[in-house]
Design a protein around this ligand. Structure first.
Ligand code: FES
Length: 577
């Protein structure tokens, strides 16, 4: 535990609202009584905000309204005063143009709600892709004791006795439908079988990756991130988290006690061992920045070289989150990785990571591989540079086709998503299996919000020839559930004049994973000539949040946070008058 004095009631932050004999405190107390609470419900107790991302449109969080009651039970039992506060839902499938456009907005909401209300600590409830990083970024910036309750993965999908994985099997069977290999009825039946319960995508997509990362960072109870949402262990974990956060307030155990450079390195290692989502790079960079750390892409590269890929899950491998949990879960993976981790990092339990995981073990070594026989000796994510991506790009090699990892081909350029959609299945498109599909204007500003368009569809005429993967390049992201030889997050993006804006159909592009390079084989002078005739795009948003977003969002290699949110400069507590 950090060397801090245990708090007493009069030192609680909420005491400034409720404690004094003043006109303002009178108002705060009388309004609490107005809501039906007695003095003994709240007086002298830590006020715990349960920040709940439930909504009727939040498909992965449909159980969180009920789960908040379990959290409350724990908080009451531990002597706290629970207050549930709804915060923005980022529902991955529904929200357009992209939930990523709203990650920073949720983080701002979290920070400002915690700052402006009488709150001593918080429980962060969520799981769908952008929600865990957004909640943590806001909590880090405010700095109150915080614990994360992951929404948990949904149950395995099922179709005709076959196991279906979120996202991954959608892309797979969509191609089979377009190739004429399954029927419309099959496709309809898959729709009914792929999402069978509450919870997040049960592949190693962004939700599973980010929840695992928040556990590795130390913000959940041990093994919380892999418990399936419908499992009765899930509400028990929720009430345990409620009990624990009250203690965290008395101990003054804050997010910056938990998030250190060592815990960030652990998180990067866990990302590599999971074969996790490429989105995690962007989120981890942004999270680190909120705590004042600069996390360069090179560190992912460096740590990736010494971290084996261990968790055999789709889209890179075979299994799903239920299998991972029954095989021992995230804590068992951490136990396997023990020699590679900083095990003395502090966690929300008040104990070190090493103490938290010591009772966990692996029950199925085909799901969680031993260090000595990994799925790959290096992590599944590789950082690329070259004249196409001076500030970096990423590829998930664990989900790519090995024979395409060194490849030269002619570019077919799509100016934006609409252009791609119009032409991709055109029989006249001059495309071959060796072609390289390029999509531009899909980055942080161009998308806007870097939509998950990076797994460009394979042209129908090639699907019918049996082609299932091609090299694809974009400044977009791709879903963590996606797969294929997709170069993503090209930075700087084409919208602001990055090299992707200068490529023409027919240019030769070379991808060389071993050399970590992505280059267009066009002379520097020709690229300069093309740059001179490039014209900046007109901003898409004349006003409103979109205007704020496009003015302040940073590039992919910088974490896509707003420039004014990064950093850890202290902000004064609000005056109470
Ligand atoms: Fe919510 Fe995948 S859509 S986690």
């Amino acid at each position: 535990m950090p060397d801090k004095k245990r708090k007493i009631s009069s030192e609680l932050r909420s005491h400034r609202w409720f404690g004094p004999e003043s006109l303002r405190a009178f108002g705060h107390r009388s309004r609490t009584l107005q809501m039906g609470f007695s003095r003994q419900d709240y007086e002298g107790k830590p006020v715990i905000a349960i920040l709940n991302t439930w909504s009727d449109l939040s498909h992965c969080h449909s159980h969180l309204r009920e789960r908040a009651q379990d959290v409350k039970r724990g908080i009451w039992q531990a002597g706290g005063f629970p207050v549930e506060i709804p915060v923005m839902s980022l529902a991955e499938v529904y929200q357009k143009p992209s939930t990523m456009m709203y990650r920073n907005l949720l983080s701002m909401e979290v920070e400002e709600i915690l700052r402006s209300y009488p709150v001593d600590g918080c429980v962060l409830m969520g799981g769908c892709d952008k929600t865990p990083p957004a909640l943590l970024m806001g909590a880090l910036s405010m700095g109150l004791p915080s614990i994360f309750v992951p929404a948990g993965p949904m149950l395995r999908g099922n179709w005709q006795g076959k196991t279906l994985g979120s996202g991954s099997d959608v892309w797979k069977y969509w191609d089979e439908l377009r190739a004429g290999n399954i029927t419309e009825q099959d496709w309809h039946d898959i729709e009914e079988g792929i999402a069978r319960s509450a919870g997040t995508c049960m592949t190693m997509g962004t939700a599973s990756t980010m929840s695992g990362i928040l556990e590795a960072l130390g913000f959940t109870l041990p093994n919380a991130s892999t418990i399936p949402a419908p499992d009765s262990n899930h509400p028990r974990m929720a009430s345990d988290s409620g009990r624990r956060v009250v203690e965290m307030v008395w101990e003054d155990l804050t997010p910056t006690d938990v998030l250190t450079w060592a815990s960030i390195e652990n998180a990067v290692r866990v990302l590599m061992a999971l074969g996790g989502s490429t989105n995690a790079l962007i989120h981890l960079i942004a999270i680190a920045k909120r705590a004042g750390f600069n996390l360069p892409l090179e560190l992912f590269e460096e740590i990736g070289k010494t971290t084996p890929y261990l968790v055999n899950m789709r889209p890179s491998g075979k299994y799903l989150m239920e299998d991972f949990h029954y095989a021992g879960g995230l804590a068992a993976l951490l136990q396997v990785m023990r020699p590679l981790l900083h095990i003395n990092t502090m966690t929300c339990t008040g104990k070190s990571l090493g103490e938290n995981i010591k009772r966990f073990k692996v029950f199925n070594s085909d799901v969680i591989k031993p260090l000595e026989s990994p799925l790959l000796t290096e992590g599944g994510l590789v950082i690329l540079r070259g004249n196409l991506a001076p500030n970096g790009a990423v590829i998930k090699t664990s989900a790519a086709t090995p024979s395409l990892l060194k490849h030269e081909g002619n570019a077919i350029v799509f100016d934006d998503y609409n252009d791609m959609e119009r032409r991709i299945d055109d029989p006249a498109l001059n495309v071959e299996p060796s072609s390289i599909l390029v999509l531009r204007n899909s980055g942080p500003q161009g998308g806007p919000g870097m939509p998950e368009w990076g797994m460009l569809p394979i042209p129908k005429k090639l699907l019918k020839q049996g082609v299932r993967d091609m090299v694809r390049i974009s400044d977009a992201r791709m879903s963590g559930t996606s797969y294929g030889t997709c170069v993503l997050h090209v930075s700087p993006e084409s919208w602001i004049g990055g090299p992707l804006a200068l490529i023409k159909t027919g240019d030769t592009i070379e991808l060389d994973i071993e050399k970590r390079e992505i280059n267009v084989l066009v002379s520097e002078s020709e690229l300069k000539t093309r740059k001179r005739s490039w014209r900046p795009q007109i901003r898409k948003f004349p006003r409103g949040y979109g205007q704020l977003f496009s003015r302040h969002v940073q590039q992919a290699h910088e974490g896509c946070d707003f420039d004014f949110l990064s950093g850890n400069a202290e902000i004064d507590e609000p005056e109470i008058h």
